[in-house]
Write a protein that binds this ligand. Sequence first.
Ligand code: NAP
Ligand code: ZN
Ligand code: ZN
Length: 396
Amino acid sequence: MTPGRPVPPPLGKPLVLSDETADAAPATPSTPAAAQGTPTLAAAYGATSADSGLVPLTVARRAPKEDDVEIEIDFCGLCHSDVHATRGEWGTQNYPLVPGHEIVGRVRSVGSAVDDFALGDVVGVGCLVDSCRECDSCLEGLEQYCERGNVGTYGVKDARNGDSITQGGYSTSVVVDRRFVLRVPEGLDPAAVAPLLCAGITTYSPLRYFDVEEGDVVGVVGLGGLGHMAVKIAKAMGAQVVVFTTSDAKMEAAIELGADDVILSKDPEAMEGANRTIDVIIDTVAAPHDLNPYFRTLRLNGALFQLGLPSTDMPPVSPGALIRRRLSYAGSLIGGIAETQEMLDFCAEHGVVSDVEVVTARQLNEAYDRMVAGDVKYRFVLDTKTLQPASEKADV
Ligand code: NAP
Ligand code: ZN
Ligand code: ZN
């Protein structure tokens, strides 16, 4: 750890941002759909309004352009952000909306300029499918902080594709520019890898930014999808991990997951006992909550990273708590593409994957309710084989 002086993560192989490969010969033949330039109809599940729940839909996927990779989706994780978005908790959405940004599948076809992916490769797509590729953030490989606004995997306008609205991974296929496709290391269970594409990178990025290493003490608040990945990744980085949970039922589970200690956050005495013991806190709670008791658990120069994005304001932070220990209160948004690849390789090296419960399309609505109730260990993942066949006409 470098207290109070976070270091940027090494970005590994720089992202190729120019179109210099545009004239390169194709490494693999494209499918007939790609050759004919016709969109593909893909089965999907999504919301048609904030209170519709998730229903079967058919999505038109663009015919792969020269830099595109067409992916047959096998699994897609269910993130709490999908719940916030589809239920309109983050404000007005573009409906119909197919959520899903923890995508794992296999390459079905590639555009003529793609020479870094071949048919059958196991690949992933996370929360980003494009960005401006030109601003300082993009040039640094921090596409999530694109100064002109990143292009999220679902629900946003995609300027390079006729301002169409992006549609996510609760679907049988997706077409994504090669620059935003991740390589899934061999030998990992694809269903258990899917949540790494959001929950994994979202927790890896602040831990790397804070340069967490052996001997550091990491606090993880909320033991859900993000939280359980934070525990596993921080342990793999050599840290000691303390979990803060609101659920008595998760106390034992946290230790089984690898945590060194677990604190019931609604127990003031237990919270007081953790005073000045922690270097960095990763807060993943999906609802408003008081942060001040957590600041008291931080040591001098400690930091609290807010990752949860509730739909309503949080209780105010006490300036005194920050000032008296030179604490940092920070936010962090997913991770860039190069860092996501770094995270996948790190997880493969350390045998880290998500603990998942695979669900069918028909179980999606129940899975959302269970997620909101905290009743999942620790990530639901949709098996896309269970989606209904696509209809003959696209809904979106
Ligand atoms: P999740 O699986 O539902 O986990 C959230 C955990 O928060 C719960 O398991 C629960 O853990 C705790 N919690 C405590 N009180 C809660 C309450 N009243 N309502 C809900 N949860 C409560 O969610 P997730 O997928 O990990 O996502 C967590 C948050 O991060 C969401 O707001 C999501 O939108 C956001 N997110 C942010 C980013 C980013 O880039 N910053 C990326 C992805 C997701 P205990 O039972 O242990 O207390
Ligand atoms: Zn997510
Ligand atoms: Zn940009």
